[in-house]
Every structure is written in C-alpha cells, then in structure tokens.
Write a protein that binds this ligand. Structure first.
Ligand code: MN
Length: 207
C-alpha cells in the first residue's frame, strides 16, 4: 500500500484572507507531499507496509524516526486540511458543544487554551483538541510531527479531532513572527461540522 497526497475540498485561495494562497499551495504541494514521499520510502519493504497509519502511530515507539516524522506529518496534515473550509460551521453543536462546556466552561475558553498551547509550543509542533482514551476532551501540544495517537505521548494520548499546525511554514509568509494572529485566524477557517464528525468517530472507537 502506498500513501498519496489527499486532494483539498477547496481551492488554494479559498481560505483568503485568513490563510493565503501561496502558503496553502506550498504547504500542500511541497511540505505535505514531502511527508508522503518520505513515508512511502520509510515503510517500503518493512512490516509497516501492511499496517494502517493509525496502527503505526499508536505503536510508533517500534518504528524508525523517519516513519515517526513522516507518518505523523502525513496524518497531521490530512486531518488539518479536512477540518478547514471557506464556508465552515462557526460553532459546535450537540454532544461536542455540551462536552466543551462541561470541560472548558465555554467555547471561548477552549479557543484560548488551544491558542496558549500553540503559543507555548517552543519551535515546531501542533496544538490539539483530543478525545482521551477515558472519553474526555483535552487540549495538548506536541513537538515536530508527533501527535496524540503516538505511544510516545503517554501523558497526552488520545484521538485528535482538531489540530493546528504551528510550524513556521504554516504561517510565516503572511504572519511572520505573529503566531498569535495566525492562531486567531484559524477559527475563521475551521469547520466545526468536521470536528463534530471526528468527535463521533473517536467516541465510536472507544466503545
Ligand atoms: Mn505543516
């Protein structure tokens, strides 16, 4: 089995002015494509060739650094693109909204915690909303292309349902050093419909 770059559900310029066309184009066609190519090379001829990416990530401590970096890179970016939309739902509803209110108090507090997680991630990484294996929501950050599925993140393990890329390649052309402004803009292009769907899928896997 060979990994391929997923198509976006929108044009590169569709998320303007929040995410600019040039960043989106380079990010998808060069950065993400690079992770896909390197992941294919890293798993070729190994047992990992016959495992799903989720299984590989959940057992990442058994794999090479190349699989960890590029398997994470492919998974993280695929989730990121999927949750973005120029016409997304601006607030969550239903069970997810109830859980957010229960755990964080309100949506603004969740947004602030994700912003602080993104700002607090020194260097490159991601900020996440996850469903922990006990079923509760949590905000966590990971370095590089690690993610909360990985068994190396023992304290923060769970299913990611929303992730924000805080590598400089995700925002530098438009926002330069202003990571906070990029993290604020993220909410304007996030589709909570998709996050609700990811939440339901994660709960389904815990049953
Ligand atoms: Mn990226």
């Amino acid at each position: 089995m060979s990994y391929t770059l997923p198509n976006l559900n929108y044009a590169y310029e569709a998320l303007e002015p929040h995410f600019d066309k040039e960043t989106m184009t380079i990010h998808h066609t060069r950065h993400h494509q690079g992770y896909v190519n390197n992941l294919n090379a890293a798993v070729e001829g190994t047992d990992a060739e016959n495992e799903t990416l989720e299984t590989i990530l959940k057992n990442i401590s058994k794999h090479s650094t190349a699989v960890r970096n590029n398997g994470g890179g492919h998974y993280n970016h695929s989730l990121f693109w999927e949750t973005l939309s120029p016409t997304g739902k601006t607030t969550p509803d239903g069970l997810l909204a109830e859980e957010i209110n229960k755990v964080f108090g309100n949506l603004d507090e969740l947004k602030d915690q994700i912003k602080q997680a993104g700002l607090g991630q020194f260097g490159s990484g991601w900020a996440w909303l996850i469903v922990k294996y006990n079923g509760t929501l949590a905000v966590v950050a990971t370095a590089n292309q690690d993610n909360p599925l990985m068994d190396t993140n023992i304290a923060n393990q769970g299913y990611p349902i929303l992730g924000v890329d805080v590598w400089e390649h995700a925002y530098y052309l438009k926002y330069q050093n202003k990571r906070a402004d990029y993290l604020d803009a993220f909410w304007s292009v996030l589709d909570w419909n998709v996050v609700e769907k990811k939440y339901a899928e994660a709960l389904g896997k815990l049953k």
